[in-house]
Ligand binder design. Sequence first.
Ligand SMILES: [Zn+2]
Length: 303
Amino acid sequence: MKLRKMLAVLLCGALLCSAAGCALKPASGSDAQMKASAGSGESGSGAKRDGSAADPGSASGSAEQPEEKNPVPVGEKYMAITFDDGPTGNTGGRTERLLDGLKERGVHATFFLCGYRVKDFNSMMNRYLAEGHEVGNHTMDHLRLDTEVSDGGLKQVGDNNDLIASYTGQKPTVMRPTGGAYNDTVIASMKQLGMPIILWNLDTVDWKYRDASSVKQHILDGAQDGAIVLEHDLYETTVEGVLAAIDELQAQGYAFVTVSELAKLKGVTLEPGVVYTDFTEETLHPASAQQTEAGSGTASAAE
Ligand SMILES: [Zn+2]
């Protein structure tokens, strides 16, 4: 598995290199540190409570080969799709349908969960980690950490970590602030909690358009090696659109991994209190990306 990962990294590096006609530089964590202006497209109060009450599903995890159970998907290019504001529904709900669709396609994703929703919709909680996904923290009550609390999210995020761990057995190691909004207090608090702040660089505005083909087209248009995509598993149209986009992008050589897997593949060590929007070549190595633009005419097959 280790070897596979290494090969994947090397392959990816080689592709970038040949596409960009540049020397492959070793990535360092600090390269990836960036302050992003907070995105505007987060759904805010769009979270609605729906779905039906039901009993826990039946994900019986047999663990014969724990090492091989959820190997990191391998592709020529990588993206991380993230879903905020869930879970949605219990058995037969949207999150379940999404999880089924991701599983069928061998996709790993990251779910930034709200604690208040976990309290209502927790019958899928045993599936996330068992199926290779990452569970992140999106605050307990979907409060803005820069304006609606005074402790920078210590309590909102800390309590939600405990709640999530009571179901999954593991505290989340990544978080996304409500609305992507943060300030210095939030940064200090997340440092204290040991959590990197994960934003996004591709927003399909799924909460606004509620249209599957729009979601799909936005993802296809913005697809890029190292991108982080913002979605919400609140809407049927999002589930449909995302799965359709995945089918097309997998055919183009993309693999879909969790945020933490993407960071690792790109040589970035996620650090507490640091804001990350993506792990694209432009963001990680802006100098070499510029050089490429001005340099040889080697065309990138990806575009
Ligand atoms: Zn949200």
